[in-house]
Design a protein around this ligand. Sequence first.
Ligand SMILES: [Cu+2]
Length: 315
Amino acid sequence: MFFALVAVAALVVVAGAAAANGGFTPVQPHSPNAKHINTAYYVILGFTSAIFVLVEGALITFVIKYRSRGRARTDDGAQVHGHTRLELIWTVVPVLILCVIAVVVFLELPKIADAPAAADPLNVTVEGHQFYWQFDYPNGARTINTLYVPVGRVVDLKVVSRDVIHSWWIPALGGKIQAIPGITNHTWFKADDPGTYTGQCAELCGLYHASMTASVVATTDHAYQVAVTTTARANLGKAEFTGTCATCHGMTGQGGYGPNLSHNPLLTQKAALLSIVQSGRGKMPAVGDTWTKTQLQALAAYVKTHVYKGAASGG
Ligand SMILES: [Cu+2]
Protein backbone atom coordinates (compact mmCIF):
# COMPACT_ATOMS: atom_id res chain seq x y z
CA MET A 1 0.00 0.00 0.00
CA PHE A 2 2.69 2.42 1.05
CA PHE A 3 4.80 1.48 -1.96
CA ALA A 4 1.86 2.12 -4.27
CA LEU A 5 1.40 5.57 -2.75
CA VAL A 6 5.05 6.42 -3.33
CA ALA A 7 4.76 5.23 -6.94
CA VAL A 8 1.64 7.30 -7.56
CA ALA A 9 3.20 10.40 -5.97
CA ALA A 10 6.30 10.02 -8.14
CA LEU A 11 4.22 9.61 -11.29
CA VAL A 12 2.21 12.74 -10.47
CA VAL A 13 5.42 14.73 -10.07
CA VAL A 14 6.87 13.33 -13.29
CA ALA A 15 3.70 14.15 -15.24
CA GLY A 16 3.71 17.71 -13.91
CA ALA A 17 7.37 18.22 -14.72
CA ALA A 18 6.96 16.81 -18.23
CA ALA A 19 3.83 18.85 -18.93
CA ALA A 20 5.06 22.19 -17.69
CA ASN A 21 8.67 21.50 -18.64
CA GLY A 22 9.93 23.67 -15.78
CA GLY A 23 13.44 23.26 -17.15
CA PHE A 24 13.54 19.54 -16.32
CA THR A 25 12.80 18.18 -19.74
CA PRO A 26 14.07 19.07 -23.22
CA VAL A 27 12.25 21.80 -25.13
CA GLN A 28 9.71 20.88 -27.79
CA PRO A 29 11.83 19.62 -30.72
CA HIS A 30 11.48 21.27 -34.14
CA SER A 31 14.06 19.32 -36.12
CA PRO A 32 14.45 15.55 -36.73
CA ASN A 33 17.77 15.34 -34.83
CA ALA A 34 16.24 17.10 -31.80
CA LYS A 35 13.36 14.60 -31.89
CA HIS A 36 15.79 11.67 -31.79
CA ILE A 37 17.68 13.26 -28.90
CA ASN A 38 14.35 13.49 -27.06
CA THR A 39 13.58 9.84 -27.74
CA ALA A 40 16.88 8.78 -26.16
CA TYR A 41 16.24 11.18 -23.27
CA TYR A 42 12.78 9.81 -22.49
CA VAL A 43 13.83 6.16 -22.77
CA ILE A 44 16.58 6.77 -20.22
CA LEU A 45 14.27 8.92 -18.08
CA GLY A 46 11.72 6.08 -18.05
CA PHE A 47 14.21 3.52 -16.76
CA THR A 48 15.83 5.84 -14.25
CA SER A 49 12.45 7.01 -12.91
CA ALA A 50 11.25 3.42 -12.45
CA ILE A 51 14.50 2.47 -10.71
CA PHE A 52 14.33 5.56 -8.51
CA VAL A 53 10.78 4.76 -7.40
CA LEU A 54 11.69 1.10 -6.83
CA VAL A 55 14.84 1.77 -4.81
CA GLU A 56 13.53 4.68 -2.76
CA GLY A 57 10.22 2.90 -2.19
CA ALA A 58 12.01 -0.21 -0.91
CA LEU A 59 14.28 1.93 1.25
CA ILE A 60 11.40 3.74 2.95
CA THR A 61 9.35 0.55 3.29
CA PHE A 62 12.26 -1.28 4.97
CA VAL A 63 13.10 1.66 7.23
CA ILE A 64 9.56 1.57 8.57
CA LYS A 65 8.98 -2.17 8.54
CA TYR A 66 12.24 -3.11 10.27
CA ARG A 67 12.51 -0.19 12.70
CA SER A 68 13.92 -1.12 16.12
CA ARG A 69 10.56 -1.23 17.97
CA GLY A 70 12.17 -1.01 21.37
CA ARG A 71 14.93 -3.55 20.75
CA ALA A 72 18.34 -2.68 22.16
CA ARG A 73 20.53 -0.67 19.82
CA THR A 74 23.24 -3.31 20.04
CA ASP A 75 20.99 -6.18 18.89
CA ASP A 76 21.99 -7.72 15.57
CA GLY A 77 19.48 -8.60 12.91
CA ALA A 78 19.18 -12.09 11.49
CA GLN A 79 22.30 -13.08 9.54
CA VAL A 80 21.11 -13.76 5.99
CA HIS A 81 23.52 -15.09 3.44
CA GLY A 82 23.26 -16.57 -0.01
CA HIS A 83 20.05 -16.21 -1.94
CA THR A 84 21.15 -17.30 -5.39
CA ARG A 85 17.94 -16.46 -7.21
CA LEU A 86 17.78 -12.93 -5.78
CA GLU A 87 21.45 -12.32 -6.55
CA LEU A 88 20.97 -13.50 -10.13
CA ILE A 89 17.98 -11.20 -10.55
CA TRP A 90 19.75 -8.10 -9.31
CA THR A 91 22.67 -8.83 -11.61
CA VAL A 92 20.84 -9.85 -14.77
CA VAL A 93 18.08 -7.22 -14.71
CA PRO A 94 20.50 -4.22 -14.65
CA VAL A 95 22.52 -5.83 -17.45
CA LEU A 96 19.37 -6.19 -19.54
CA ILE A 97 18.34 -2.58 -18.81
CA LEU A 98 21.77 -1.31 -19.91
CA CYS A 99 21.52 -3.44 -23.07
CA VAL A 100 18.14 -1.93 -23.96
CA ILE A 101 19.43 1.62 -23.35
CA ALA A 102 22.56 0.93 -25.42
CA VAL A 103 20.53 -0.48 -28.32
CA VAL A 104 18.14 2.50 -28.31
CA VAL A 105 21.00 5.02 -28.15
CA PHE A 106 23.01 3.33 -30.90
CA LEU A 107 19.92 3.22 -33.12
CA GLU A 108 19.23 6.92 -32.50
CA LEU A 109 22.80 8.20 -32.81
CA PRO A 110 23.17 8.08 -36.60
CA LYS A 111 19.81 9.85 -36.99
CA ILE A 112 21.09 12.57 -34.66
CA ALA A 113 24.56 12.95 -36.14
CA ASP A 114 24.03 12.47 -39.87
CA ALA A 115 22.11 14.98 -41.93
CA PRO A 116 19.50 13.31 -44.14
CA ALA A 117 20.48 13.18 -47.81
CA ALA A 118 19.03 16.34 -49.31
CA ALA A 119 19.09 17.48 -52.91
CA ASP A 120 19.71 21.08 -51.99
CA PRO A 121 21.01 21.64 -48.45
CA LEU A 122 21.59 25.20 -47.32
CA ASN A 123 25.23 25.58 -46.34
CA VAL A 124 25.91 28.16 -43.65
CA THR A 125 29.13 28.89 -41.81
CA VAL A 126 28.69 29.66 -38.13
CA GLU A 127 31.59 31.59 -36.66
CA GLY A 128 31.86 31.99 -32.88
CA HIS A 129 33.41 35.19 -31.57
CA GLN A 130 33.79 36.82 -28.20
CA PHE A 131 30.82 37.52 -27.83
CA TYR A 132 28.60 36.99 -30.83
CA TRP A 133 27.73 34.55 -33.60
CA GLN A 134 28.31 35.40 -37.24
CA PHE A 135 26.57 33.59 -40.08
CA ASP A 136 27.77 33.37 -43.68
CA TYR A 137 25.24 32.43 -46.35
CA PRO A 138 25.88 30.99 -49.82
CA ASN A 139 25.08 34.35 -51.47
CA GLY A 140 27.81 36.11 -49.48
CA ALA A 141 25.41 37.71 -46.99
CA ARG A 142 26.40 37.92 -43.34
CA THR A 143 24.16 38.23 -40.32
CA ILE A 144 24.97 38.54 -36.64
CA ASN A 145 23.29 36.55 -33.85
CA THR A 146 20.22 35.81 -36.00
CA LEU A 147 20.34 32.97 -38.48
CA TYR A 148 17.66 33.04 -41.20
CA VAL A 149 16.62 29.71 -42.72
CA PRO A 150 13.78 28.38 -44.84
CA VAL A 151 11.42 25.90 -43.18
CA GLY A 152 11.71 22.29 -44.27
CA ARG A 153 15.17 22.57 -45.83
CA VAL A 154 18.21 20.76 -44.48
CA VAL A 155 20.64 23.35 -43.13
CA ASP A 156 24.23 22.19 -43.03
CA LEU A 157 26.27 24.17 -40.52
CA LYS A 158 30.04 24.50 -40.65
CA VAL A 159 30.96 25.62 -37.15
CA VAL A 160 34.23 27.45 -36.52
CA SER A 161 35.69 29.89 -34.02
CA ARG A 162 38.05 32.84 -34.26
CA ASP A 163 39.25 33.16 -30.71
CA VAL A 164 38.31 30.68 -27.96
CA ILE A 165 36.07 27.63 -27.70
CA HIS A 166 32.36 28.38 -27.98
CA SER A 167 29.47 25.97 -28.28
CA TRP A 168 26.62 26.33 -30.76
CA TRP A 169 23.32 25.15 -29.30
CA ILE A 170 19.72 25.79 -30.30
CA PRO A 171 17.96 23.14 -28.16
CA ALA A 172 14.82 22.90 -30.31
CA LEU A 173 16.98 22.23 -33.39
CA GLY A 174 19.43 19.62 -32.13
CA GLY A 175 22.38 19.06 -29.87
CA LYS A 176 25.45 21.12 -29.04
CA ILE A 177 28.47 21.38 -31.27
CA GLN A 178 31.75 22.95 -30.20
CA ALA A 179 33.19 25.90 -32.13
CA ILE A 180 36.93 25.37 -31.75
CA PRO A 181 39.67 27.61 -33.19
CA GLY A 182 41.51 25.78 -35.98
CA ILE A 183 38.93 23.01 -36.26
CA THR A 184 35.85 22.82 -38.45
CA ASN A 185 32.88 21.01 -36.96
CA HIS A 186 29.63 20.12 -38.67
CA THR A 187 26.08 19.88 -37.54
CA TRP A 188 22.69 20.25 -39.16
CA PHE A 189 19.00 20.81 -38.60
CA LYS A 190 15.77 20.97 -40.55
CA ALA A 191 13.21 23.29 -38.98
CA ASP A 192 9.75 21.78 -39.28
CA ASP A 193 7.70 24.87 -38.35
CA PRO A 194 8.10 28.58 -38.95
CA GLY A 195 9.22 30.39 -35.83
CA THR A 196 12.10 31.79 -33.86
CA TYR A 197 14.21 29.25 -32.01
CA THR A 198 16.58 30.62 -29.43
CA GLY A 199 19.77 29.38 -27.89
CA GLN A 200 22.87 30.42 -26.07
CA CYS A 201 26.59 29.80 -26.34
CA ALA A 202 27.02 26.67 -24.24
CA GLU A 203 30.71 26.90 -23.42
CA LEU A 204 32.07 29.48 -20.99
CA CYS A 205 34.00 31.71 -23.37
CA GLY A 206 34.82 34.78 -21.34
CA LEU A 207 33.35 37.74 -19.53
CA TYR A 208 30.26 38.21 -21.71
CA HIS A 209 29.56 34.54 -22.38
CA ALA A 210 26.08 35.02 -20.92
CA SER A 211 25.20 37.61 -23.57
CA MET A 212 26.20 35.32 -26.39
CA THR A 213 22.71 34.41 -27.50
CA ALA A 214 21.60 33.22 -30.90
CA SER A 215 18.29 32.81 -32.65
CA VAL A 216 17.27 30.90 -35.72
CA VAL A 217 14.41 32.43 -37.64
CA ALA A 218 12.69 29.82 -39.81
CA THR A 219 10.43 31.29 -42.48
CA THR A 220 9.05 30.57 -45.92
CA ASP A 221 11.59 30.30 -48.68
CA HIS A 222 10.55 33.69 -50.01
CA ALA A 223 10.94 35.45 -46.66
CA TYR A 224 14.30 33.77 -46.26
CA GLN A 225 15.46 35.09 -49.65
CA VAL A 226 14.38 38.61 -48.69
CA ALA A 227 16.12 38.30 -45.31
CA VAL A 228 19.49 37.32 -46.74
CA THR A 229 19.47 39.77 -49.61
CA THR A 230 17.71 43.06 -48.96
CA THR A 231 17.24 43.00 -45.18
CA ALA A 232 20.63 41.59 -44.24
CA ARG A 233 22.38 44.28 -46.24
CA ALA A 234 20.18 47.13 -45.03
CA ASN A 235 20.51 46.09 -41.37
CA LEU A 236 24.16 45.10 -41.42
CA GLY A 237 25.54 48.10 -39.52
CA LYS A 238 22.75 47.99 -36.96
CA ALA A 239 23.15 44.23 -36.48
CA GLU A 240 26.86 44.67 -35.95
CA PHE A 241 26.42 47.41 -33.39
CA THR A 242 23.57 45.82 -31.43
CA GLY A 243 24.96 42.28 -31.69
CA THR A 244 28.58 43.09 -31.00
CA CYS A 245 29.43 46.57 -29.67
CA ALA A 246 26.28 46.96 -27.56
CA THR A 247 27.14 43.91 -25.46
CA CYS A 248 29.72 45.97 -23.59
CA HIS A 249 28.97 49.55 -24.62
CA GLY A 250 25.17 49.53 -24.22
CA MET A 251 22.37 49.53 -26.76
CA THR A 252 22.67 53.25 -27.46
CA GLY A 253 26.39 53.42 -26.74
CA GLN A 254 25.63 54.80 -23.28
CA GLY A 255 28.29 52.61 -21.71
CA GLY A 256 28.18 49.53 -19.51
CA TYR A 257 31.19 47.34 -19.00
CA GLY A 258 32.83 49.22 -21.85
CA PRO A 259 33.05 53.01 -21.85
CA ASN A 260 30.28 55.36 -23.03
CA LEU A 261 30.64 55.87 -26.77
CA SER A 262 27.79 58.20 -27.51
CA HIS A 263 29.87 61.36 -27.29
CA ASN A 264 33.17 59.86 -28.42
CA PRO A 265 34.35 61.63 -31.59
CA LEU A 266 36.17 58.44 -32.52
CA LEU A 267 32.83 57.22 -33.88
CA THR A 268 33.15 59.76 -36.65
CA GLN A 269 36.77 58.95 -37.44
CA LYS A 270 36.41 55.94 -39.65
CA ALA A 271 40.02 54.78 -39.91
CA ALA A 272 40.69 54.96 -36.16
CA LEU A 273 37.36 53.33 -35.31
CA LEU A 274 37.87 50.46 -37.72
CA SER A 275 41.40 49.84 -36.51
CA ILE A 276 40.13 49.33 -32.94
CA VAL A 277 37.26 47.13 -34.11
CA GLN A 278 39.64 44.97 -36.14
CA SER A 279 42.51 44.74 -33.68
CA GLY A 280 40.91 45.25 -30.28
CA ARG A 281 42.33 47.45 -27.56
CA GLY A 282 42.98 46.73 -23.89
CA LYS A 283 40.22 44.43 -22.67
CA MET A 284 38.26 44.80 -25.90
CA PRO A 285 38.55 41.73 -28.11
CA ALA A 286 39.24 42.09 -31.84
CA VAL A 287 35.53 41.77 -32.54
CA GLY A 288 35.78 42.66 -36.21
CA ASP A 289 38.89 40.75 -37.21
CA THR A 290 37.01 38.72 -39.81
CA TRP A 291 34.74 41.52 -40.99
CA THR A 292 34.66 42.37 -44.64
CA LYS A 293 35.15 45.86 -46.00
CA THR A 294 31.40 46.12 -46.57
CA GLN A 295 30.77 45.19 -42.94
CA LEU A 296 33.28 47.70 -41.61
CA GLN A 297 31.83 50.45 -43.79
CA ALA A 298 28.34 49.56 -42.60
CA LEU A 299 29.40 49.79 -38.96
CA ALA A 300 31.17 53.11 -39.47
CA ALA A 301 28.12 54.56 -41.23
CA TYR A 302 25.72 53.26 -38.57
CA VAL A 303 27.57 54.51 -35.50
CA LYS A 304 28.19 57.90 -37.07
CA THR A 305 24.50 58.51 -37.70
CA HIS A 306 22.78 56.44 -35.00
CA VAL A 307 25.08 56.21 -31.99
CA TYR A 308 27.14 59.39 -32.00
CA LYS A 309 25.31 62.24 -30.27
CA GLY A 310 27.88 64.96 -30.78
CA ALA A 311 30.90 65.95 -28.73
CA ALA A 312 29.85 66.77 -25.18
CA SER A 313 31.83 68.75 -22.66
CA GLY A 314 30.38 66.88 -19.71
CA GLY A 315 30.67 63.42 -21.32
CU1 LIG B 1 30.84 31.79 -26.55
